[in-house]
Design a protein around this ligand. Structure first.
Ligand code: FAD
Length: 392
């Protein structure tokens, strides 16, 4: 194993692989990616990979738009496949959410996003089989869709390797510490001295940061995805349907199947062995399928298939931590995406390369997401809009 590197990226999820690719193609020197298990072994492999642009914070909407543009042209820009499927995105709004939704649409249109408010009649035109109970209006993004989390991370990793990144799979980072002008990375296969190190290690980031005296609380919350084999009555390429009445989302997945998940990052559970793969609990799957059937009565006879669970890395304000680690020059973090990080990964890779190579980010200001905000007790607030966590 190499014992020096210009940059070490820790974590082979969609964020770590995007960062490594961006750094290498922009001339960061010798880039090494360390991953303890395998590419896309963490949250990335379970991601619904929805790529919507409906964010309250303009910075996040701009990052998601950057990502969406890359997913649409993935083969030309990165090489390989990301599984892009532009099915559109519809939000079903209860009365309480109409005002914040209008604010989101106004901001989106200002920055050039194709989105609009729609009436219940227009919702019926898009999905005629819907039961409109509790819904008073909607939002529509025709350019949105979903990709495939694992495929995307593998394509980023392959592209990074083509740019000369050393992918060291099966290498666990046990600790990081200051060493002269750089960072020493202690792995289970030896020590690497690096100029810069990026931790893209999901919920494991807190423990690594503790070693350099930095507090960054991350709560690992296990989420369930139910899968139903649809009954007749719904289009195979139905849009991603975000139901803010039941707080569930429904996204098609290949012929005849729909994935069902929830919006609230805290609507999951924690368990002691968070890294162990766990099958879903049946009562949770049944609850998810019944939300879908209530919204689409034709689907009362949809068949429940075996679903799966995956873990969200939730910060206290449900927003990512991005940037330099206070007091440890050369150490950077990109983690804590709290269940909405897939779509932001193309942008985070680009922005992390900006920060390391140019000393500042280019198309958005990432200061609000700084790692130090937790210790400063300066959390990100959604203001008067939706409760921020319910947009994850
Ligand atoms: C069920 C589910 C549904 C989701 N749906 C969506 C969605 O629709 N849209 C969306 O935008 N986002 C969604 N997300 C969130 C999104 O998938 C994540 O934010 C994103 O995948 C996080 O990527 P990551 O690279 O930061 O983390 P991960 O994919 O968790 O990768 C971290 C990697 O670091 C490795 N690692 C950790 N510690 C070490 C160590 N010490 N040494 C070496 N390697 C280490 C792990 O093995 C892992 O491979 C969803 C997440 C889940 C779980």
């Amino acid at each position: 194993m190499t014992d020096t590197a210009d940059v070490v990226v820790v974590g082979g999820g969609v964020h770590g692989t995007s960062i490594a690719w961006n750094l290498a193609r922009r001339g960061a020197g010798q880039v090494v990616l360390l991953e303890k298990t395998g590419i896309a072994a963490g949250a990335t492999q379970y991601s619904s990979a929805n790529v919507r642009l409906h964010y309250q914070m303009e910075t996040l909407a701009r990052m998601a738009l950057f990502g969406q543009n890359m997913f649409k042209n993935f083969n030309e820009e990165v090489g390989g496949d990301c599984g892009w499927n532009q099915v559109g995105y519809v939000v079903f709004l209860p009365e309480r959410d109409v005002k914040p939704a209008r604010k989101v649409i106004a901001m989106q249109q200002k920055i050039g996003i194709d989105s609009r408010m729609i009436t219940n009649d227009e919702i019926l035109d898009i999905e005629p089989s819907i039961n409109l109970d509790g819904i008073v209006a909607g939002c529509f993004e025709p350019t949105s869709g979903h990709a495939d989390g694992a495929l995307t991370a593998r394509s980023f990793a392959d592209a990074a390797e083509r740019e000369g990144v050393d992918l060291l799979i099966g290498s666990e980072v046990l600790g990081v510490s200051k060493q002269g002008d750089g960072i020493e990375v202690n792995t289970d296969r030896g020590i690497i001295s690096a100029g810069n190190v990026v931790l893209a290690t999901g919920f494991r980031t807190s423990a690594l940061l503790e070693q350099v005296g930095v507090e960054m609380p991350i709560n690992p919350v296990r989420h369930t995805i139910a899968i139903v084999e649809r009954a007749p009555g719904m289009d195979n390429d139905h849009p991603i349907l975000s139901d803010r009445v039941s707080m569930g989302y429904y996204r098609q997945s290949g012929p005849g199947l729909t994935l069902i998940g929830v919006h609230d990052p805290l609507e999951g559970y924690t368990d002691a062995e968070v890294e162990v793969e766990r099958p879903p609990k049946q009562d949770i799957e049944v609850d998810l399928a019944s939300r879908f059937a209530e919204r689409f009565p034709d689907q009362t006879n949809a068949r429940l298939r075996q679903g799966y669970t995956g873990v969200y890395d939730c910060t206290p304000d449900f927003q990512p931590a991005f940037g330099a680690v206070p007091g440890t020059p050369g150490l950077f973090v990109d983690a804590g995406y709290s269940g909405h990080g897939f779509k932001l990964s193309p942008a985070s890779g680009h922005l992390m390369a900006d920060l390391i190579l140019d000393g500042e980010t280019s198309f958005v200001d990432m200061t609000p997401f700084r790692v130090g905000r937790f210790a400063e007790n300066d959390l990100i607030s959604a203001g008067e809009g939706y409760e921020s966590r319910t947009l994850a």
